[in-house]
Write a protein of this length. Structure first.
Length: 136
């Protein structure tokens, strides 16, 4: 279990680092300036979110109920963690309109990732069933 937590945390750190690299690359090509302190703050927040999403996948792997229940729990917890990080760091300004827009954008991105995962696992199930039928 500890090994799995470490593994998922490292994968999360890798994703957080990748997204930070994309943001810094965009800043470079747009000739935007930033201080080391700002980059450190945003990269730290990105890595923490990566670790969270790596570890929170245990919710989806657990036996706590139906897939819908696990998805709702994961979504709500993820939204809370995201806002707890995004608001202090400044990714989402602290006004009602921007918080609402942040929640909407987070929900859209979550749905896109969820749909991608659903289609992937559905394709895997179809492929496995076809393979099993061919053996008969």
């Amino acid at each position: 279990m500890v090994n799995e937590i470490i593994k998922r945390s490292i994968i999360g750190i890798a994703f957080g680092g990748f997204f930070t690299f994309i943001a810094i690359t965009i800043m470079k090509f747009l000739h935007l300036q930033s201080t080391v302190d700002e980059i450190w703050l945003h990269m730290s927040a990105s890595l923490i979110l990566g670790i969270y999403f790596g570890i929170s996948s245990f919710i989806l792997d657990s036996n706590i109920g139906s897939p819908l229940k696990k998805t709702v729990i994961h979504f709500c917890l993820s939204l809370i963690v995201y806002l707890c990080i995004a608001l202090p760091v400044g990714w989402v300004p602290s006004t009602a309109f921007y918080i609402f827009m942040g929640v909407v954008l987070f929900t859209i991105i979550y749905i896109l990732f969820w749909t991608g995962a659903y289609l992937y696992y559905r394709k895997q199930a179809i492929t496995m069933n076809e393979h099993l039928q061919q053996k008969d």
